[in-house]
Design a protein around this ligand. Sequence first.
Ligand code: PDD
Length: 285
Amino acid sequence: MIYLNGEFMPIEHAKISVLDRGFIFGDGVYEVVPTYSRRPFRLAEHLARLQTSLDAIRLANPNTNAKWSELVGRIIAGNPWEDQNVYLQITRGVARRDHAFPTGLKPTVFLMATELVTPSAELLKTGARAIVLPDFRWLRCDIKSTSLLGNCMLRTQAAEAGCTEAILVREGELTEASASNVFVVKNGTVLAPPKSHLILPGITYDVVLEILRGNAIPHEVRPVRESELRSADEVWVTSSSREVLPITTLDGKPVGPGKPGPVGLRVHALYQQYKAQVMRAPVHA
Ligand code: PDD
């Protein structure tokens, strides 16, 4: 079951206009909220980032957070999986094609869910493969926009190389990956690129930094050189669906000894612990 503009329906019944600015221009923003045992994880943070994206493209939020919460809850209840990715998207709505933002449109609001499948035990044991590519995307990667053609091109190139992710560098520095943030470990210190217009401020990235701080794991949030990425002892990617996934092959070469390293394994375990603890806590609005 999905939600479109005020109604719940089977996805096959959902229709939008060909003049929707989401279709014509990619003029919209989105969120993906991971949901475990039918409870959304860090919903308040996802809704806060949604507001930031909406503000950045000058689109009024069509719903209060209480209303978003209710819609997310109804989507979770209306779909069969215990663990879900709840996807929500707002576009500027339907208008005659003209680049400049028209005012006064009724935004298109869409929610759906898919099954959330986190990396398998097997993948976590071997780690995943990635390639390094130049980050040719625009300079507002902090906006969670549905205009993802650059990300799609980069991810496709990775897939064609037999890799799960494309790790991106711009002017000699690590930015992020095509659909995740990137952490590297060198000599026991975790390095993370700072938030800027060049990366999406990941909700998982924040959780990982909280874990690093809370457990006194040495870390630095600062620009990471491409050379540091390439000579790292460990590389991980983080996202709502991948959680903390070790990358053990970069451009066909092993990262460190070519298997998941101790810091990543520890952070992955702490992430699972944190998730379990949050999911056991009483529900509050
Ligand atoms: N992608 N960077 C990019 C470019 C992303 O697309 C994502 C997430 C992240 C990680 O953000 P978070 O930790 O909040 O999931 C970083 C989502 C899952 C997607 O587009 O499907």
